[in-house]
Every structure is written in C-alpha cells, then in structure tokens.
Design a protein around this ligand. Structure first.
Ligand SMILES: *Cc1c(COP(=O)(O)O)cnc(C)c1O
Length: 349
C-alpha cells in the first residue's frame, strides 16, 4: 500500500504499477535527482562524464540511504512497529538517516555502532545520530553488537508492546534494495526524456552493496545496456560480484512475489564488476588517490565527496577516464548526503 498519494509516486511504481498496492512506501526522496554532465573533467579526458546527484536526494539529509528507507521504514510502519533497531559504524550515514527519518515517521530508533577510524566527519555524524536516535549503543565489536541488539529488541517488546523492526547495516535487504531499482527506473526515464545519454558504465561505491545490487537489477529489468562497476570500500562485509548478483536476484524475486510480471533471466557474477584496488588500508581509511579525486571534483565542479565512499569511487572513475577501458560515456553515482551548501554540515531540522 502506497499510503502517500500526494504528488508523484516513485519511478518503480510507474514502471511496475502492479507493485503499488503490494509494497509499502513512504515519501522521503525529492525525485528525480538531477543527472548532469561533469563538463570540465569530461573535457580533460575527452569523454562524456555524468553525475547522478543523489547527494541531493532529500532534505535535510540526502545521499543513498533515503531511497532505501522509503521502503524499509514504510515496511516497519505497515507492521505496526514502534521501534527500529539498526547497526553501523560510528560515523554511519545509514544510522543517522534511519534515526532522522525514522523519528519523522514517529518511530523510535536504537542505533548500535561499532568502531571506525576517527575523524571530524565521523564525530559529527555520530553527534547528529545521538541527537535524532532514541538510543545509541557504542560497542566494541560485531559479536557484542549482536548480543546488545538482542537485549534492545527484548527491551523494545517490553516498552512498546510490539516487536521492533531490525534493519541490517546499510539497509541492504531486498526491500531496501528496491530503492535503487526505483533509482534505475528514474534514470531510465531521464534517458528516455533526452536529459542524459545512455552511459556505458555506472560507477558506484559498494559498502553493504544494496545500491549496486539495486542498480544492477534495475538495469537488467529495464534493458539498460550499462555496465555496473562497484567500487569496494568496505572490509566489514562480503563485497564481491556473486554477492551483489545474489542480492539483485533476491530483490527481483521479492518484486515477482509482490505481483510484478518479470521475465528477465537471473543475474550472475559476470554481470557486475567489482573493483578491488581503491579501498586502501580498509573501511574509513583515507587514500592519497581518493583525496586527490575529492580535491579535483571540488575545484573543477564544486561537488563535495566524502573520503570513505565517494572519493574512492571517483578515483576509480578518473582511472577509467584515463584508460578509456569502460567506454566513452561514464556515470558517477553520487551517494554522499551532506549538502554542499552547508559546509559546516549542520543539519537543520
Ligand atoms: C552507505 C553508503 C554507500 C554504500 O552503499 P551500500 O548500498 O551500502 O553499498 C555509498 N556511499 C555513501 C556516501 C554511503 O553512505
């Protein structure tokens, strides 16, 4: 049940109207996000570079998480949960987005957070998560996090009289991944309207991989001939081509079960490429080439990247621009949400 009928529905429901009555959805995203050329950089490489600006996906906090949360939080509300329990690292954009938008929908959010390399951006995200979450538990490692989660779950049952909804790190379940199937539908509409050419390749950061998997599933379902290139930035979870194809297939299965008529063949590891060379020392650690890519994008295009995800992805785009290996039209999917026009990163709610 799409309970929000004001304004436009997500592109997923325009392409698969059968899903509209069967999949819960609440509006968070201001769609469509712009798809625009990176002209200065493109000229430098002599090719067409585009950016899909999901940094502007929502107010007051954009990035890739709002697209997933439109389905995840709607699912929790339709089950009448009053509380969400979720996980991440200390500076998790997912934990912050869940706390912020969960609260807007009247849900209490418990965030269970494991360590990551400390820096000002991490501290600021954590401070904002503390402000919007109902409870924040800082734990030392993921086995302890699982035990704490169980305690919080039971506490939630006692306090709220209802079982809380658990949302896995990054929101990368098939339900959350639907958000990026919808994003692929949105890009296909923009291409059909002549707002952008068909990219030869789409470059996207892969942490918990729902973003890449949703784009992969969407490209297959829509017949978009774009190579999905996932840049691995996490070593907390398994990130490889088979895992991404598997999540894409489970998402397509969910759509089929919800009534979508789909004939597409299953995806395999050969349908997606995972680039391994950009993670550096690990999740959250800076790399020189990512720092360079972030500086270049700020100077040439005025676009702000983060060093954990998008700067490492942009470093891969720059290499692809140099080698020409992925074709002449490349799209960088911007997934980082702090608004560029608020350099202090202060979120006003
Ligand atoms: C969470 C996040 C990602 C990774 O998305 P997944 O779907 O978890 O792979 C990429 N970029 C940014 C800025 C993020 O916060």
């Amino acid at each position: 049940m799409a309970t929000d009928d004001s304004g436009e529905l997500p592109a997923l429901f325009r392409r698969f109207p059968e899903l509209r009555e069967r999949v819960a959805w609440r509006r968070i995203v201001e769609a469509p996000t712009p798809v625009v050329p990176l002209s200065t950089l493109g000229r430098r490489f002599g090719l067409t570079l585009l950016v899909k600006r999901d940094d502007r996906s929502a107010t007051p906090y954009g990035g890739n998480k709002p697209r997933k949360l439109e389905f995840l939080l709607a699912g929790a509300l339709s089950r009448r949960s009053r509380r969400i329990i979720t996980f991440g690292a200390r500076g998790s954009h997912h934990a912050l987005a869940t706390a912020l938008y969960g609260r807007q929908f009247g849900l209490r959010v418990t965030a269970i957070l494991i360590p990551q390399p400390d820096d000002p951006a991490v501290r600021q995200t954590l401070a904002l998560t503390r402000r919007h979450a109902d409870r924040v538990a800082l734990v030392g490692s993921s086995p302890v996090a699982a035990a704490i989660a169980l305690r919080h779950w039971l506490l939630g049952v006692v306090e709220d009289g209802r079982p809380p909804t658990v949302i896995l790190p990054g929101g990368s379940t098939p339900l959350g991944t639907l958000g990026y199937v919808s994003a692929a539908c949105e890009l296909a509409e923009q291409i059909a309207a002549g707002e952008a050419p068909v990219p030869d390749a789409i470059f996207v950061a892969a942490g918990s991989s729902g973003t890449a998997a949703g784009l992969l599933a969407g490209a297959r379902l829509l017949g978009l001939p774009c190579r999905i290139v996932a840049v691995r930035v996490s070593d907390y979870v398994r990130v490889d081509a088979a895992a991404i194809a598997g999540l894409a297939n489970r998402t397509i299965t969910l759509m089929r079960r919800a009534g979508a008529s789909i004939t597409a063949a299953p995806l395999t590891a050969a349908d997606v490429e995972v680039l391994e060379g950009y993670i550096g020392r690990g999740y959250g650690y800076r790399t020189d080439e990512a720092d360079r890519a972030a500086r270049l994008l700020a100077e040439s295009e005025g676009i702000v990247l983060d060093h954990t995800y998008t700067a490492k992805t942009m470093a891969a785009v720059l290499d692809a621009g140099t080698t020409g290996r992925y074709g002449r039209t490349l799209l960088f999917w911007h997934t980082y949400g702090l608004p560029a026009n608020e350099p202090s990163g202060t979120i006003r709610v």
